[in-house]
Ligand binder design. Structure first.
Ligand SMILES: [Zn+2]
Length: 444
């Protein structure tokens, strides 16, 4: 018998890579936080003496979801400003609220709420861009959550930094240097959008990101208005401007990419740009629907993200996966445009690829971190199970996530957070609502 720390036996194991495969009655063996074997359950029982054995018949064991774009702390602004178009939503509601409230305590509490919500819906890794990125990184580290923490870059002052140069230097010192070589935390840079960063700052950012070998992510071609405003201000479409500044390359993660011409899709593909599709945020802000199937057909890696809770309003990757599959079909006018297995891959392996973590997570393969999720398919709404991948994409609710492991640590057990007090997070969130409401009442 060989030793392993944990053995998980599941009704179905879906490795995602290789693509589209379902392994009936299989097991994953974990040691030191990593997957060491994926094999038939009967073989696992005879081969491994496990410290802990977990049996999940009727469950699908999959790689944890990768939320490739969010602003975690914005959970505390969830429901504060709904039903507005992107530009008004940002300028009239979100930016004033952020200027007033964002600080270390806000970011810590909001990020805790977000991580708890993401874990409970099967997400094991998120990519964040927000103020106080060092607090986001610390919070993720404390909660043992995998995160790509991107430093915001803006031309204007915020409570965190005064100008673009300061955003870059603080991000380098407080996130990149401090969390270098960390098992769970990696870093990136995130200029908010082309409208908020000058040519000089983009150039400085490109030089720094090249030196540090760090990816750059930004909101790009999210709304028609964004492109119109850019044309009025600079005479260039945002993508053309980034191209001129040397930023259209394989280090770029373009968030949204709703409004791309066929030529721009070809250019992204040729340059190796990756895209994050945020279907529910795009729907809610009436941004339009991205040409996901066309991008994929051109060879572009398209990951999935929730965007912040203020524009979604859930951090629910199973829901994004379903929306992505349905919208891709409608946009392409072709029901075969996004098969269920492709949607599951976008939510897991493609997310890991887009974040530069494909050799670490995103599939059930030996050597990768044990970032896993077990989903209960015995509930009425997922019965009967002809095809577990179909059920995962089209017929589950997030509360069917029964277990979640991040680097082998059992973070969600029987549908509940095992390491964090949910009641405490709810209490803190209510306190923030009371504080923000009191100020709004006073100002009214
Ligand atoms: Zn966003």
């Amino acid at each position: 018998m060989q030793h392993c720390d944990t053995l998980i036996l599941a009704g179905w194991c879906i490795p995602v890579e290789p693509h589209g495969i379902v392994l009936d009655d299989h097991a994953v063996a974990i040691t030191d936080g990593r997957i060491v074997d994926l094999l038939p359950a009967a073989d696992a029982r005879s081969l491994y003496a496990a410290g802990t054995t977990i049996e999940r018949p009727g469950h699908a064991l999959i790689p944890g979801f990768v939320n490739a774009h969010t602003h975690a702390a914005m959970t505390l602004l969830r429901g504060l400003a709904d039903d507005l178009p992107l530009e008004r939503w940002l300028k009239e509601s979100i930016w004033p609220a952020e200027n007033r409230w964002v600080g270390t305590e806000f970011v810590r509490d909001g990020t805790r709420l977000a991580i708890a919500e993401m874990l409970l819906s099967g997400c094991t890794c998120f990519s964040d861009q927000y103020f106080y990125p060092e607090i986001v990184a610390e919070t993720a580290e404390n909660m043992h959550m995998r995160a790509v923490v991107a430093t915001p870059v803006l031309e204007f002052a915020s409570p965190w930094a005064n100008n673009a140069a300061e955003y870059l230097s603080k991000g380098t010192e407080l996130v990149h240097d401090r969390f270098a070589e960390h098992a769970l935390i990696s870093s990136a840079f995130a200029p908010h959008s082309t409208g908020t960063v000058s040519d000089e700052s983009f150039t400085a950012l490109r030089v720094l990101a090249d030196q540090l070998d760090k990816p750059i992510q930004l909101h790009l071609h999210e709304s028609a208005q964004e492109i119109e405003d850019a044309l009025a201000a600079t005479g260039e479409r945002p993508i053309d401007r980034l191209e001129r500044l040397g930023l259209i390359n394989s280090s770029l993660l373009a968030v949204h990419a709703v409004h791309l011409t066929d030529e721009e899709i070809s250019r992204f593909a040729a340059a190796g740009v990756q895209v994050v599709h945020c279907p529910n945020s795009n729907l809610k802000l009436a941004d339009g629907v991205a040409k996901v199937a066309q991008m994929q057909a051109n060879g572009i890696v398209v990951a999935l993200g929730t965007d912040g809770a203020a524009s979604n309003n859930l951090l629910n990757m199973p829901g994004e996966m379903r929306s992505a599959a349905l919208l891709a079909k409608t946009k392409a006018n072709d029901a075969t445009a996004m098969p269920a297995a492709s949607a599951l891959r976008m939510a897991t392996f493609d997310g890991a690829s887009a974040l530069g973590l494909a050799d670490q997570v995103g599939s059930l393969q030996s050597g990768k971190w044990a970032d896993l999720c077990a989903i209960d398919l015995t509930r009425l709404n997922s019965q009967p199970v002809y095809d577990p991948i179909s059920q995962l994409v089209y017929a589950i609710h997030a509360n069917q996530v029964r277990d979640v492991w991040v680097a082998g640590r059992h973070q969600v057990e029987n549908g509940e957070l095992s390491q964090t007090s949910e009641a405490d997070i709810v209490r803190r969130s209510s306190e923030w609502r009371d504080r923000i409401n009191a100020k709004l009442t006073q100002e009214a």
